[in-house]
Design a binder for this molecule. Structure first.
Ligand code: MN
Length: 265
């Protein structure tokens, strides 16, 4: 049964079954063939200077968008067009969180990225008007199980296991574009335990935010609530349990998370 058939009427019927543990509400999903239901928690981010929160619909990421990072990874042609992947929305973690060291990896790596949050949807959005679709900007980290990503790439498999795991999308509060203006240049950096590991400039992006939105909207219909992580500069590397990560982007302040021990050692 496809999700499209899980209309509201049908959902109410499912939740009346034994095993439903929570109050039904919209956004809930069928999680097993035994008709157990679980209500998906809405994922939201704080909005700087406002009391409301930004409801996240999807998390898109751009691969390979800074030349010096492509060169350090030694795995792509520098003129490749941008490509996209997604992380699950519930992989978002908030400012100040201690993230458990993920399962199945021995090489968890950080990638600090500028996040563009969509406020107005569309398809085939022209570059010239793309920024009018931006609600605001934030600081995000594309956490990566690098060993799994490299192994998948080597075997011609999807990146998903390396990129789209639990807690893989830390994201800070959203600064409305009315307060930041366009972000085309400005410093972007990440430090681990006080030592700077990544330092670059937004102006080094191969594809800027309007170009990314235009390209992405030719492949997916964008909606309010879609956020886009726009790629990372050079300097990516590993972190271990106990490490404190601090990221900064000009105009967006500072964003901090910590890595904790594994949840299931
Ligand atoms: Mn990335």
């Amino acid at each position: 049964m496809g999700d499209a058939r899980l209309g509201r009427r049908h959902f109410r019927k499912l939740t009346s079954n034994e095993g439903a543990k929570r109050e039904p509400r919209e956004g809930a999903v069928l999680v097993s063939s035994r008709q157990v239901t679980i209500a998906a928690e809405p994922v939201t981010l704080p909005i700087v200077g406002a009391s409301g929160r930004y409801h996240v619909r999807r998390v898109y990421c751009v691969g390979r968008n800074y030349l010096d990072h492509i060169r350090e990874m030694k795995e792509a042609d520098e003129r490749d067009p941008p490509f996209f992947f997604q992380k699950p929305t519930d992989a978002i973690v908030q400012e100040g969180t201690v993230i458990p060291y993920p399962a199945a990896t021995k090489d968890l790596q950080y990638e600090v990225e500028l996040v563009a949050a969509i406020g107005r949807g569309g398809t085939n959005i022209p570059v010239d008007s793309a920024e009018s679709h931006v609600f605001g900007y934030a600081i995000g980290i594309d956490l990566t199980r690098r060993d799994l990503q490299r192994d998948a790439a080597k075997r011609g498999l999807p990146w998903e296991m390396g990129k789209s795991f639990d807690h893989s999308a830390p994201c800070g509060p959203i600064h409305p574009i009315e307060t930041t203006g366009s972000i085309r240049t400005g410093s972007i950096s990440l430090s681990v335990n006080g030592t700077v590991r990544q330092r670059g400039d937004i102006g080094q992006m191969i594809w800027n935010v309007p170009e990314i939105i235009s390209q992405l909207s030719s492949q997916y219909e964008l909606y309010p609530g879609d956020i886009i992580l726009t790629g990372t500069p050079a300097g990516v590397g590993p972190v271990v349990a106990g490490d404190a990560i601090e990221c900064s982007i000009e105009k967006l302040g500072t964003f901090r998370i910590r890595i904790g021990p594994k949840l299931h050692p």
